[in-house]
Ligand binder design. Structure first.
Ligand SMILES: Cc1cc2nc3c(=O)[nH]c(=O)nc-3n(C[C@H](O)[C@H](O)[C@H](O)COP(=O)(O)OP(=O)(O)OC[C@H]3O[C@@H](n4cnc5c(N)ncnc54)[C@H](O)[C@@H]3O)c2cc1C
Length: 406
């Protein structure tokens, strides 16, 4: 069987937030791209993951013309509650950051909006492709062969020739492992806990997210819509979800989140309801350096993973592709490569700050069974210091709403 060869400017592997947003931003700069994705459109639009958008991500989506539904349906939040020792404490992030906030809008809704925008603009997203491999991306001179993505669709072989490849294929994709050995250095930290997350048909009983440290471990109350709550509880990384029937999940969540259980004044309790989705997510920090090799650029989870406590994964993906789109636009309009050459360095400065924040939130709010009683007391002292110091609260707030791009 023959191979069909097609040509584009930027070949994008992966239709997650990074790949789709990059394709959209390039389109606004009149740069052509093709996105290829192993999963179906329905799978991508239904995959439940993150939901907290930083101020900068919201601004980017609105300014680039894909924020209409986000503005209508997204839930803007001015702060978070920290719950420990039986009491909830409010951190007003909007006040502490001069008016910034975060917006809760589910990742799969962002995906749905981006896919619609690309297809409405006759953009090319190839869903359900197989056997994706990337080639000839190492040299960055024009005399080198063009970077090529080979893949199969409906049994037919294709070869996509492009000027650049964007590896937006997540943590288990093919792009990062295709870079020759010795080029990339990786940094990893695996945490001794995971998150059991649920979506429940239960109206949110708090306007703001509640992060709780209980002696039985971490719990998080958040929401997706005025009728749906999203809740998480700390569990073991090797936990079997079959051991968690709905009653056990609710019992544990109520114990860890309800401040009334420990005799406090506000007697807050989350509402319970039918659990419509549940799953376990392990927690790790990971960074690959550099994020570029020749004419291949890694963006989002393909280059870095953060534990979800700081709500940074999706936001980092958006920040990476904003910089990459700027570099590519500069290259196609003037031939200048300054921003492209600096892509990795620019992204990594911010990535490492987000790693630090996500690690800090994670270690402050989770109970490590192997830690000493001294460590547990220190954790409580850290939280106590935090809620009593405007400087400490400001530091949390400015990281949570998102650090500046540069
Ligand atoms: C299970 C899970 C739960 C999460 N929950 C939270 C959360 O609660 N809060 C939070 O802040 N963050 C969460 N995250 C992190 C956040 O969702 C990610 O940081 C974000 O999705 C990164 O976007 P991305 O586009 O880089 O990667 P992805 O969203 O992973 O997208 C990569 C895309 O590439 C596709 N792909 C993979 N391999 C190939 C291939 N060979 N060829 C073509 N396509 C390919 C994949 O199917 C996928 O669509 C979660 C992540 C996961 C995995």
């Amino acid at each position: 069987m023959g191979t069909t060869t097609v040509r584009t400017q930027v070949g994008i592997v992966g239709a997650g937030p990074a790949g789709l947003l990059l394709s959209h931003l390039l389109h606004l700069q009149r740069i052509e791209s093709v996105v290829m994705e192993t999963r179906s459109r329905a799978y991508c639009e239904g995959r439940v993951r993150a939901g907290v958008l930083e101020q900068g991500t919201v601004d980017l989506l609105i300014q680039s013309g894909v924020g209409e539904r986000l503005q209508r349906e997204g839930l803007k939040h001015d702060g978070i509650w920290l719950s420990f020792g039986g009491t909830r404490h409010f951190i007003n992030m909007t006040e502490l950051t001069g008016g910034k906030s975060i917006t809760v809008y589910a990742q799969h809704e962002v995906i749905t909006d981006l896919i619609k925008a690309r297809l409405d603009a006759a953009g090319q997203i190839l869903f359900g492709v197989q056997d994706v491999t990337i080639h000839d991306f190492g040299g960055d001179k024009s005399e080198n062969p063009a970077p090529t993505i080979r893949f199969r669709q409906d049994g037919e072989l294709f070869e996509l020739r492009c000027d650049f490849i964007a590896g937006c294929d997540g943590s288990h994709g093919v792009c990062r492992p295709s870079i020759p050995d010795g080029v990339i250095k990786t940094y990893e930290k695996v945490y001794p806990f995971a998150w059991l997350g649920i979506l429940a048909e239960a109206p949110p009983t708090s306007d703001e997210l509640v992060y709780a440290l209980h002696e039985r471990g971490f719990a998080l109350f958040s929401m997706r819509t005025p009728k749906i709550t999203r809740l998480y509880l700390q569990c073991c990384p090797d936990e079997n979800i079959a051991n968690w029937p709905d009653e056990r999940i609710w019992k544990e969540l109520l114990l860890r989140l309800s401040s009334r259980n420990e005799g406090t004044h506000d007697a807050w309790v989350p509402a319970t309801g039918a659990i419509i989705q549940k799953g376990i997510t392990p927690m790790r920090s990971f960074v690959a350096e550099p994020m570029q090799f020749g004419r291949l650029f890694l963006a989002g989870d393909s280059a870095h993973i953060v534990p979800p406590t700081g709500a940074k994964g999706l936001n980092l993906a958006a920040a990476d592709v904003q910089i990459l789109a700027k570099g590519l636009a500069e290259f196609y309009s003037s031939g200048a490569k300054n921003t492209l050459n600096d892509y990795s360095r620019t992204c990594l400065r911010r990535v490492w700050k987000a790693q630090r924040f996500s690690w800090w939130m994670t270690t402050m709010l989770h109970r490590d069974e192997d830690a000493s009683e001294f460590d547990h007391r220190r954790q409580l002292a850290e939280l106590d210091y935090l809620i009593g110091s405007r400087a400490a609260m400001t530091s949390l707030a400015e990281n949570y709403v998102g650090l500046p791009m540069d």
